[in-house]
Design a protein around this ligand. Structure first.
Ligand SMILES: *Cc1c(COP(=O)(O)O)cnc(C)c1O
Length: 412
């Protein structure tokens, strides 16, 4: 009942049957899922989608599974929040937040990709799932894998936020902390993936896993009333999410769900790890790897697997990229909380701070509809705010003490 035609190399176009593989044997290009869009166009329309359950599985014809969804049944369909308070401060007409800080069981957009990856791992007959993670993927694979009954191996940089390590450990996976950064962890995992028959969600089943990111784009279009935004701002780690947001819009056009598509796609990164933003700003196609040094650990991939493709999408759509300092990230986290009541993790701070700069420089015009992707919950990275959020008052338990404080507040 699936609509997959096979896997296709993004570089040379060579086709492969559906298997847990991810690179082209001939040119080493990455493999991508290819669909039968003619059949999908017949099977899927706005009305049908609207009648379905409010989860990411409402777009199932455009997801790479053959049978029924098996993992993450409640993931997806997060709110699209009209951010009028924030829009006023940033000086834009119409601003929306795609709010992936809520709804998902592990409070980040990674539940989207993991729902697909683990359903696919089950279809392939794996009993062990694994991942190399900057934190959120570890959390999500640990949780969904527990519920689905998989053996789990989770590899993380040892320097990850304590709160994210604990959030993964509570589900009792095999958690391996590795001395080194994400790129070291990923290299190690590629070796392990060659040797053991495990489903590494972001390695050997990456082509399927990555497709889950499209659901954030499908939802944005549906929630805007079946329209694409004029601008969309996406945080980048490997760059995969950004490419898939664009792919989701193109697929909706391909199957006739929308007609017009003139969205500019913008990339957001932390200055301490900005290989994609740097390439875009310098106008080069070469993504130069960096050693990450930023509080936005969930985005800290120095050698991004999809960096080239992400920079091409930015270029092709007339978007741009921006990078922001740790202080700008913290300021933006607080701005989002104070204006819209949304507590985002550091990656969300990156997206908002970058958006602010893109508006100020005129890259994002003040007219038109802008959507920013806020991809993870702030409770996951509270360490980032240590020293930046302290109780404003500390008193003895007496009315007099409180009223002294109150007077000070009113004096301003
Ligand atoms: C993983 C992640 C991203 C983006 O990941 P890509 O590798 O670029 O797809 C964005 N935000 C958060 C919070 C993440 O955990």
């Amino acid at each position: 009942m699936g609509y997959i035609k096979g896997l296709r190399c993004r570089e040379c176009g060579r086709e492969y049957t559906v298997e847990p593989i991810y690179v082209c044997e001939f040119c080493f290009g990455p493999l991508e899922v290819a669909y039968d869009y003619k059949s999908i166009a017949r099977a899927m329309n706005r009305k049908k989608i609207e009648k379905r359950e409010r989860s990411l599985w409402r777009y199932r014809e455009l997801l790479p599974i053959d049978g029924e969804p098996q993992v993450g049944l409640d993931s997806g369909f997060t709110p699209l929040v009209k951010a009028d308070n924030l829009a006023r401060i940033l000086g834009v007409d119409e601003l929306y937040i795609k709010d992936d800080t809520v709804v998902h069981p592990t409070l980040s957009f990674k539940d989207r990709v993991v729902s697909i990856a683990l359903t696919k791992a089950r279809e392939f007959g794996f009993d062990t799932v694994a991942c190399a993670s900057t934190g959120n993927l570890a959390h999500s694979v640990s949780a969904h894998g527990a519920k689905a009954g998989f053996e789990r191996f989770i590899f993380i940089p040892a320097s990850l936020e304590a709160s994210k390590i604990i959030a993964s450990l509570v589900y009792e996976p095999n958690l391996v902390a590795v001395d080194g950064n994400y790129d070291d962890v990923n290299r190690l995992c590629s070796e392990i993936a060659n040797k053991y028959r495990w489903a590494f969600v972001n390695i050997n089943i990456r082509p399927f896993y990555a497709e889950g990111s499209k659901t954030i784009g499908f939802e944005i279009v549906e929630q805007l009333g079946w329209k694409v935004p004029d601008n969309v701002v996406v945080p980048c780690a490997s760059g995969s999410l950004l490419t898939k947001v664009w792919k989701s819009f193109k697929e909706f056009r391909e199957i006739g769900i929308i007609r017009e598509l003139e969205t500019k796609v913008f990339a957001a990164q932390a200055t301490g790890c900005s290989p994609i933003a740097t390439a875009v700003k310098q106008g080069t196609d070469v993504i130069r790897p960096v050693k990450p040094n930023t509080i936005a650990k969930s985005l800290a991939i120095g050698n991004p697997a999809d960096g080239f493709y992400a920079s091409q999408v930015v270029k092709e759509t007339g978007g741009y990229a921006e990078d922001v300092s740790d202080q700008e990230i913290i300021d933006a986290i607080k701005l989002l909380a104070r204006t819209e009541g949304i507590f985002a993790e550091t990656a969300g701070g990156v997206t908002l701070a970058a958006t602010k700069k893109l508006i100020e420089s005129g890259k994002i015009s003040r007219e038109g509809v802008t959507v920013i992707c806020i991809t993870g919950n702030g409770l996951k990275t509270q360490e980032a705010l240590h020293g930046h959020a302290v109780p404003s008052h500390h008193i003895k338990p007496s009315l007099a003490a409180f009223e002294e404080v109150l007077q000070k507040i009113h004096k301003g």
